[in-house]
Design a protein. Structure first.
Ligand code: NAD
Length: 291
């Protein structure tokens, strides 16, 4: 039986830490960090995500600044809002909820966000800094995975880490973080020839493919640490991961459940990124004032 990594408990610790950091920031600077959420259209899942993000930020003392735009909003209108938020000192972080309606280019709009306010870590500047080993803002889910590995006591240096999935949001930044942490990284995706063999070689296996139960018991080495990023809706409406939890928990050394693993970490890291962004903006303003 493996150790079940309790993402809810780890996320609660992160939130408590962030709440203390928020109060320190307020005491030092006299203003509250603020998270601007931008929601375009009426995708029901996006509404739920944004509501959770707003509520969670308020719970740790971050001011929530919400903008809701109709589905027919033009790209120019959205660009104007992002520019206004970039220039607003009360806004520490900007979260553009994706996907956006088809008349809007989500990548182009993401790229407009000031990298210092890019709490999703998705702008080309922050993605580039991550690839170069620089110190930018890092995407929330991959940061959450790294925190779970730390808490689980994973020995990363020299370990063979296999990442399944190569999205901009999860797989790619995660592979970069694991590489920076001195893992030997194998990056798998939908065109990988022999996924099972690659996975069986993993000391650390990260599943982020969005395929229910893609990783079964035969694909996991005894004692491996398995992190399941997948959140898939089953036929019965329940959440299912990318890992066959019941089978793999008998083999893995440690494993995250779905729900209750990576999911709670994503919002916790968003809150952490917002305070970090607020600090960086203060430092940038102070540096500019001295020039
Ligand atoms: P995505 O669809 O953008 O990317 C999926 C990736 O998996 C692709 O790179 C693809 O090549 C790879 N893939 C697909 N099928 C595969 C297969 N059969 N074998 C190997 N690789 C395969 O998805 P994403 O945005 O990276 O999300 C991945 C999963 O993680 C989804 O289930 C998503 O809901 C979940 N997710 C969870 C959180 C969270 O907070 N828990 C956050 C983001 C994403």
């Amino acid at each position: 039986m493996s150790q079940i990594i309790d993402g809810k408990a780890v996320a609660a610790d992160v939130r408590a830490r962030v709440a203390a950091e928020v109060e320190e920031f307020v005491a030092a600077h006299g203003v509250r960090p603020g998270l601007a959420t931008v929601l375009v259209g009426d995708d029901p899942a996006s509404h739920v995500y944004v509501r959770n993000k707003r509520r969670s930020s308020e719970e740790v003392g971050i001011a929530s600044i919400h903008h809701e735009l109709p589905a027919e909003t033009s790209q120019e209108e959205l660009a104007e809002l992002i520019t206004t938020l970039n220039e607003d000192d009360a806004v520490s972080g900007i979260l553009l909820q994706l996907p956006v309606p088809p008349q809007i280019d989500g990548d182009a709009m993401t790229a407009l966000v000031d990298p210092l306010k890019d709490v999703d870590g998705l702008t080309p500047v922050n993605a580039g800094l991550l690839m170069q080993g620089g110190d930018g803002l890092v995407p929330c889910t991959p940061r959450g995975v790294m925190e779970l590995l730390r808490v689980a006591g994973a020995e990363l240096r020299g370990a063979r880490a296999v990442v399944v999935g190569r999205s901009k949001l999860v797989g790619k930044p995660l592979a970069a973080l694991l590489l920076a942490a001195d893992c030997t990284v194998i990056h798998c995706h939908s065109r990988t020839r022999d996924l099972a063999t690659e996975c069986r070689g993993a000391d650390i296996l990260i599943a982020a493919a969005g395929q229910p139960k893609l990783i079964n018991g035969d694909m996991v080495r005894e004692g491996a640490i398995v992190i399941d990023v997948g959140t898939n809706r089953g036929d019965d409406g329940k959440l299912v991961g990318d890992v066959d939890f019941e089978a793999v928990k008998e083999i893995a050394g440690a494993i995250t459940p779905v729900p209750g693993g990576v999911g709670p970490m994503t919002i916790a890291m968003l809150l952490s990124n917002t305070v970090e962004a607020a600090r960086r903006q203060v430092a940038a303003r102070e540096a500019a004032a001295q020039r």
